[in-house]
Design a protein around this ligand. Structure first.
Ligand code: AMP
Length: 558
């Protein structure tokens, strides 16, 4: 049974397997390596994942969802066609699809996986990712931080095992910059920095706003559908600029145009570029490395393809970022290689991936100035190497106290209430004078980012242990089992009809987006496909689909 590596991304997900010491990306049923991380519930109650769901985001927004990775570890629910799902349940559908695709590709059952997560993912988000794996019927062997995976790929491809890497991961909605060392077969994240509100989508919005300003339109006043259409056109325009120097944004329905080139885009995005620069500076500063000590800049994430970005990095860092592999695939290949190591393949030598704890973990202590506003006392500091175990001692704050409540927090703020509360441990103590009790608090944070807290009363040796989390965000064993049962009733769409589904979903979107003759063209084509499907004539279906794809391509060109 193979172990696969999965890059469960915000926009796209990929699966990879290690064969003969090489990372091999696993194509989905459409032959593509990237499966959009989108889920939709269709009219028959079947779950579609990937390209079909991505099309349905526009034509059936009420039944579809994407970007749920951003809400992992929170109790947000998504309602898709009157079915409620948590972010981890939606992620589990994506994982189930990747598992099925991998099983078809490999011809064997896949029950284990290594999944990548952002280095800054907190305890809840990591736990939710593991839960998503479980709900998909996958045992999650290990969570690997995305920058570690990227460094692993970079070192394998460049053949230069040793070195310091700056991993620049720029996706649709987030920027993560990490400094990773790879020496003596140990991969160590030295520093991470990021902005989780900065991504390629911001560049789409900059273009869309500029288009509106150009045509004296009010961007914020556009209705939801128009905004979505304009953003989609802007994104296309942005992607065009990765291939050629200039392009034109044409909004057919509004009969409006705007020329754009990379220089103009750089000017429009100056604010965003400044924010990027701040994140890079923080990562370098935290790592105590100068840019001259970095051996390679590794570009990760779809937005790294923008020439505006690579040129900006080149001027800021006075060197050209290398392109070790496609930016979308770097992380997936790394987890694939790591999955190979896990399987103990002969041709890969053992490797240690150390991670750092990207945030501080600590307990609440009394604030003598403001009793209601406890202060954070750090037990494990940010950037500590994992696994790590630290002990701290605390005492009682008033005479004859019989019980001590120890709040466990995560974050960098001085005041606990501004940090994330992970849980509480309550401890009975013998009543003594203020300052005479002695409690030993041990934090053990493991390689998967799971935190265990032990509190021992030094006098009585009484001990309480807890695996900590925001309890209300976690499911009990029984709840997981019952949810597993329920989720099994949702069937993934069989891959045979997926191409038809995609073309039809695309038709529905184009129908919504066009008017007049073009809309009629779409409608005629869709009816033709439906008739062909009803006839069950495979040749006719294939012919109609090809014809529709050509027409739809041309309509999109327009
Ligand atoms: P990711 O989250 O890594 O999949 O990245 C998604 C982001 O990358 C989206 O904002 C896309 O618009 C952007 N993107 C993907 N391909 C390109 C490209 N060729 N040029 C510019 N941006 C791209």
């Amino acid at each position: 049974m193979a172990i696969i590596g999965i890059d469960l991304g915000t926009t796209n997900s990929l699966a990879c397997v290690c064969q003969d010491g090489r990372a091999v990306l696993i194509p989905n049923s459409l032959g593509e390596n990237l499966t959009p991380s989108a889920v939709s519930v269709d009219e028959n109650g079947e779950i579609c994942v990937g390209a079909v769901a991505k099309e349905r985001l526009i034509s059936h927004p009420e039944a579809s969802a994407s970007s749920f990775k951003r809400h992992m570890g929170t109790n947000k629910t998504f309602t898709l066609a009157e079915n409620d799902f948590t972010p981890q349940e939606l992620s589990s559908f994506v994982l189930r699809q990747l598992k099925e695709d991998a099983e078809r590709y490999l011809g064997e059952e896949v029950t284990e996986a290594v999944i990548s997560v952002p280095a800054y993912f907190n305890d809840n988000q990591r736990y939710a990712t593991k839960e998503a794996g479980r709900l998909a019927g996958i045992h999650v062997e290990r969570l690997v931080n995305e920058p570690s995976a990227a460094a692993l790929t970079a070192s394998r491809i460049s053949g230069e095992e040793e070195g310091s890497y700056l991993i620049f991961d720029f996706g649709g909605g987030t920027l993560d910059v990490s400094v990773v060392d790879y020496f003596d077969n140990v991969i160590e994240i030295v520093a991470v920095s990021g902005d989780n509100r900065l991504g390629g989508d911001d560049f789409d919005e900059v273009i869309a706003r500029s288009f509106c300003a150009h045509h004296h339109m009010d961007y914020d006043g556009l209705d939801q559908q128009k905004k979505a259409t304009l953003l989609r056109l802007s994104e296309k325009c942005k992607r065009d600029l990765s291939e050629r120097e200039e392009t034109v944004l044409v909004w057919e329905a509004e009969e409006k145009k705007m020329p754009l080139n990379n220089l103009l885009l750089a000017g429009l995005s100056q604010n965003l570029l400044d924010r990027i620069s701040q994140v890079v500076d923080t990562a370098l500063r935290d790592s105590a490395r100068s840019i001259d000590e970095i051996d390679e800049i590794v570009l990760v994430g779809g937005s790294s393809r923008m020439p505006v970005i690579s040129l900006y990095l080149q001027t800021q860092m006075k060197r050209k970022p290398g392109m070790v592999a496609s930016p979308d695939e770097v992380v997936a290949m790394g987890v694939g290689i790591y999955a190979g190591i896990k399987e103990r393949k002969q041709d890969i030598k053992d490797l240690v991936l150390t991670d750092i704890c990207p945030f501080t973990l600590g307990v609440s202590v009394v604030n003598y100035v403001d009793n209601d506003n406890p202060i954070m006392s750090a037990v494990i500091e940010r950037n500590s190497v994992l696994p790590c175990s630290r002990t701290a001692h605390y005492t009682n704050s008033c005479d004859n106290q019989c019980q001590i409540e120890i709040g466990i927090f995560q974050g960098e703020s001085y005041y606990c209430q501004e940090n994330l509360k992970l849980g509480v441990i309550e401890m009975e103590i013998l009543p003594v004078k203020k300052g005479e009790a002695c409690l030993e608090v041990r934090f053990t944070y493991d390689i998967d980012g799971i935190l265990e807290v032990e509190v021992t009363d030094c006098r009585t040796k009484q001990m309480r242990r807890k695996v900590l989390a925001s309890e209300n965000l976690r499911l009990s064993e029984e709840e997981i089992e019952s949810r597993l049962e329920e989720l099994r009733t949702y069937k993934l769409m069989p891959c045979g009809g997926i191409r038809t589904k995609i073309v039809m979903a695309r038709g529905e979107r184009l129908y919504a987006q066009t008017l007049g003759v073009r809309r009629q063209q779409v409608s005629v084509m869709m009816q033709k496909i439906q008739k062909a499907v009803a006839s069950r004539n495979d040749q006719l279906i294939a012919k109609c689909l090809k014809e529709a794809e050509d027409i739809f391509d041309r309509l999109e060109e327009w």
